[in-house]
Every structure is written in C-alpha cells, then in structure tokens.
Design a protein around this ligand. Structure first.
Ligand SMILES: C[S@@+](CC[C@H](N)C(=O)[O-])C[C@H]1O[C@@H](n2cnc3c(N)ncnc32)[C@H](O)[C@@H]1O
Length: 426
C-alpha cells in the first residue's frame, strides 16, 4: 500500500529513509533528504519511489544514462556539493560514535568527474556478445556504455577490450579486468576462466602494441597467485612524490590523482611542526609507497606492508630515500608497542576492515601523534573508539571524496596523545 513520507536523511547505501504511516523505517532508493515523497513498500526493509511531492533543492539530473542500473554510482541525483556534505557527515558520525564530542570542522576535498584512474571490471559472455562493466546493485554485470567517473583514456579502452576478450580461447564465460592508469600508460590485469594458449598470447601482444599498453598480465579467474606477464611493450613506471616505482599488476593505487594529492597533503599537514629529520615515522599498510616517499622528506620512515609484490616494489624504490620497507602481515604479526613507542609519529592506512590485532599494540605504544587514513567510516569508528579510550585527542579531520557519486568516503584523522603523567616531586 502506497504511503507519503518526509525524508529525513540518507542511509549508508545512499537511500532515503522514509517512515510508513505505522512508523516503520523503509529505505527508498532515489529519495533525498528534505523531500516529501510517495513510496510503495517492496518488503519490510525497502520501498519503491513512486512520486516526489516536494523535491530537494539539491536534486539534479543524473549525468549518466546508466544511473539506477549500474551499481557503480548510488547518488548521482544529488548535487556534488551535497554529496560531499553527506560524506563529511558520515565521517563525523563515525567519530561521534567513537566517543569524540568536539569534532573539528572537517576540511572536505572532492575529485572531479572523469578523474578515476583505477577500475576493476567484470567480464560476462552473453548470448550475443560480452558485457564489460560493474555489477548492478544486487544484480548481474551492466555493460559500461557510458561513465562520467572514469578517466576518458580508461573508458576508451573498454570499447577496445570487448572484441579482444571475446576472441580469446581463455575466455569462456566470465572474468575480470583490473586497469590502473599509471604514468607509463594503462596497466591491464586480465583474469579469465580458461588457460591462455599461444594464439591468445599473440593477440594480447598485438593489442598491447596497438593501444600503447606497457603491460598485460594474466591469471585464472579467482586465483590470488602472482599474475604472469602475458605481454610487455614498455617499462612500467609511476611517480610517487618524486620517486619512480614499478607497481605490480593490479597494485593498490589511490583511485584518482587529485584524491591522492589531497590525502598526502592532509597526512603531511598532520605531522608535528617540530619534526626533526632524524625522527622516525612508523607507517603501517604502506602499499607501494604512496605516503612513504612523501613522508620521507620530513623524517625517516619505517614502512610495513603485507602484500609481497607491493613490498618488493617499495623495497626496489627505496635506494637513496629514507624509507626502509618490511613485509609484515599486521594481523598475524603486528608491529609491537615498544617499536611504535620509539616513533614520533604513527601513520596508518588500513584496508577496509580496519586494523584488527594491530590496534592493541598501537594503543600500548602510545605514539605522540597518530595519522589515520580511513577508507571505511565503520572501521574508523571502531579503531577511533580504542584511541578515545586511551585518551587521544582528535585534532584534525579531512574528508576526501574520490569515489564520486558512490557511497565510499575516505578521511584523514589526526590524533594526539594525552600528556604523559607528571612525576611527583620527591
Ligand atoms: C588502503 S591500502 C593503502 C596503501 C597505501 N598506503 C596507499 O595509499 O597506496 C591498504 C594496504 O594495506 C595492505 N594490507 C591489507 N591487509 C594487510 C595486513 N594484514 N598486513 C599488512 N598489510 C595489509 C594492502 O596490501 C594495501 O596495500
């Protein structure tokens, strides 16, 4: 039965939260805060938007014709400034849930459309061809025939990939294509559901030459093995704060150049002013060195990273820098409190799940300054709860929106340790 409701806020998935006449809370995709809508319940959780009786001033025409079908974007019907405000609110609420009551006004930075330089695409054979794209929300792959988010050079490559993938003996029904736009050009990691044969390799080499792709790597769908290089036409190189690295296929890369610059600026802005060049920064979850080489201009950096290929990349690039890199699975073998205690600053950029076992050692080590780079407000909230309980103060918050129109948000939070307890005079 249809009902009318005001929309007070958006849920975590970007859906408007409505109230039925009997007070039930239902999520309505497409509805925005401040709107009055008519909706029809679909089940006891969600409702379908039927009509908008009063539209939000922040409502805009979605820029992509695939919006609502493709699962990549959730809130293209909201203006970009309002998207950024909403994301900043998600971070502030996460910190409030952690127990911080006076939260500094976040600085907020947003990438521009057409700036995303990393994408993981699903490949699906269909009865009449192939679909290359992202999954619909709770659904099958939607062919990416348009995308205002992606760098145009990456988007153009998708059209060229369709006939190539269809022609491969190694592609039966499904696969993936992860593309990183590095400084040396697009770096393609292909995964398919059958082995490559000699003819496939010839086709991949010709494709790499034709489209100026320095490297095409391959592995079987679902495998986590180090991929093999199927074609290489040029050297892989990518600049990280003036240091050239050669990231492995499928390496973690901040999804946009402007987002990466904003994260680096916020991390460097969080360093204590009195930092001495001999001081040590311990950096956890360092990847290929996005933050490490920027930090090394200010202090010595001990960088820890779990992925063997990322660490190998980082180690190869450290010559002549003040970065020392070590491979460590920080869940199984956290950096211990006594080592953290020796550092002036701890910088961490954990994966989506947050820090796990490492947080206990961080709190016990009590570094003077902690700069936490978050890609998940829920995990941030959990980790910040431990810091709040240990007496840390929250000094600065920067919110970065580099996954435009999705519900993803990143943040850099600067925490300062409480003053050490004074010794009683004898
Ligand atoms: C969000 S990325 C950040 C990488 C890097 N700071 C950057 O900006 O490019 C998280 C990193 O944590 C690493 N990682 C995930 N789980 C880990 C673990 N248990 N131990 C150590 N590193 C881990 C991943 O390999 C990845 O490089």
């Amino acid at each position: 039965m249809k009902f009318e409701s005001d929309i007070g806020s958006l849920g975590r998935d970007g859906d408007g939260i409505a109230r039925t006449d009997d007070g039930a809370r239902l999520f309505v995709p497409g509805a925005l805060p401040g709107e009055r809508i008519v909706a029809e319940p679909l089940d006891n959780r969600a409702a379908r938007l039927v009509d908008i009786l009063r539209a939000s001033p922040d409502r805009v025409v979605p820029p992509c014709p695939l919006f609502g079908v493709c699962g990549g974007c959730a809130i293209q019907h909201l203006s970009l400034p309002a998207v950024l405000d909403w994301k900043a609110g998600l971070v502030v609420h996460a910190l409030e849930r952690a127990g911080f009551d006076s939260i500094p006004q976040p600085k907020a930075v947003q990438s521009t459309p057409g700036a995303r330089r990393r994408i993981d695409l699903a490949l699906r054979r269909t009865h009449d061809g192939i679909r290359i794209g992202l999954h619909a929300r709770r659904g099958d792959v939607v062919d990416l025939s348009d995308c205002p988010v992606l760098e145009p050079a990456l988007f153009a490559l998708i059209a060229a990939l369709r006939p190539l993938v269809l022609s491969l003996a190694a592609f039966r029904r499904e696969g993936d294509a992860l593309i990183n736009l590095l400084d040396s050009g697009p770096d393609l990691l292909l995964a398919t559901d059958a082995p490559l044969d000699a003819a496939d390799r010839t086709k991949l080499a010709a494709f790499a030459r034709q489209h100026a792709i320095p490297r095409i790597a391959w592995r079987r769908t679902g495998s986590t093995d180090t991929p093999e290089t199927a074609a290489q036409t040029a050297t892989i190189r990518h600049d990280l704060s003036g240091v050239t690295v050669a990231p492995p296929p499928g390496a973690f890369l901040q999804p946009s150049r402007d987002g990466e610059a904003a994260i680096i600026a916020a991390v460097l802005g969080g360093l204590p002013g009195r930092l001495n060049r001999k001081d040590v920064v311990v950096e956890l979850y360092a990847g290929c060195g996005t933050l490490s080489f920027a930090l090394a201009r200010h202090a010595r950096v001990l960088a820890y990273e779990g992925h063997p290929d990322a660490v190998a990349t980082l180690k190869r690039a450290t010559t002549g820098t003040r970065v020392t890199a070590e491979q460590r699975d920080l869940n199984r073998q956290p950096v211990m409190a006594r080592q953290i205690a020796d550092a002036r600053v701890l910088v961490l950029d954990p994966p989506y799940a947050g820090t796990g076992a490492q947080m206990e050692q961080i709190v016990a080590g009590r570094p003077e300054r902690i700069i936490y780079v978050s890609c998940n407000p829920q995990a941030l909230s959990q980790d910040a709860t431990a810091l709040r309980a240990a007496g840390y103060r929250l000094d600065d918050v920067t919110v970065i929106d580099q996954f435009l129109w999705s519900t993803e948000v990143e943040a850099v939070c600067v925490f300062t340790a409480p003053p050490a307890p004074r010794r009683r005079p004898r």
